[in-house]
Write a protein that binds this ligand. Structure first.
Ligand code: SF4
Length: 241
């Protein structure tokens, strides 16, 4: 009886050991492949197997973040890359969203510290006063047919998306906002494209408007663009990753 018990116990231990080794091997192989793909993508700008790369990085997020820190890769570069990767994966779906179901959400920190706009139920109402670049961008994006919101927080975004049944969103923000926003969009079932601001902070941040317009033009017929905004639009409609 004692003998049988010890054989069974030993078998269980062997099985646990075997499963651990298989798991470690699996982890080692997959994470090595992910690291090679990630480093290649960061160095060349070419993203091989984007879906696998995104799913793998998110699955092994803690390990990947540890790795990029150990490898001396800047956190910001990494999250900027992730936002670009997500945009790449969403590009086709976003292009297919009708313009009346699209919206752009701009953070209030982009405006001038002397901004005279007041907060209204749908965000800040830009007066195009000329003190910052938001006024012009607002006109260009509205010219393309977008609903444009300047918002002080993510609660506004959810409310506006629901109210106007928005299916395609362009969000501008700092890295954390873009990361959270893209995850939120995935869960809520709308297509989101993120543009990371060039300068972080709470006031007078900045963004590359050309990158915003490149995304905004996706899937739209250039013949429908009003003449008054043509001079501000980039020549290519291919967004940068
Ligand atoms: S252009 Fe618009 S957002 Fe910028 S400071 Fe003037 S009112 Fe504010």
């Amino acid at each position: 009886m004692v003998f049988e018990y010890s054989v069974t116990f030993q078998s269980v231990l062997t099985l646990i050991g075997l499963i651990t080794v298989v798991f470690l091997l699996f982890f080692l192989i997959i994470s090595s492949i992910l690291i090679v793909l990630l480093v290649y993508a960061l160095k060349t700008g070419i993203v091989p197997f984007p879906r696998f790369l995104k799913a793998g990085i998110l699955f092994f997020e803690t390990f990947m973040i540890w790795f990029i820190r150990v490898a001396g890769i800047n956190d910001t570069d990494f999250w900027r890359f992730m936002a670009g990767l997500q945009n790449n994966l969403n590009k086709q779906a976003f292009s297919e969203v009708p313009i009346d179901k699209r919206a752009v959400f701009l953070p209030q920190c982009l405006r001038s510290a002397k901004c005279p706009a007041h907060l209204e139920p749908e965000g800040l109402k830009c007066r195009s006063c000329g003190l910052c670049t938001v006024g012009q961008a607002h006109r260009v994006l509205q010219g393309l047919g977008y609903r444009v919101f300047i918002v002080p927080g993510s609660s506004f975004i959810g409310r506006m998306i629901k109210k106007y049944r928005i299916k395609g969103v362009i969000g501008v923000g700092c890295l954390i906002e873009i990361k959270d926003g893209l995850e939120m969009a995935d869960k809520a079932g709308y297509v989101a494209m993120g543009v990371v601001s060039d300068k972080d902070g709470c006031v007078e941040t900045s963004v590359n408007w050309e990158s915003v317009y490149e995304i905004a033009m996706l899937g739209l017929d250039p013949a429908s663009f009003p003449d008054s905004i043509l001079e501000f639009l980039p020549a290519s409609e291919e967004p940068r990753a």
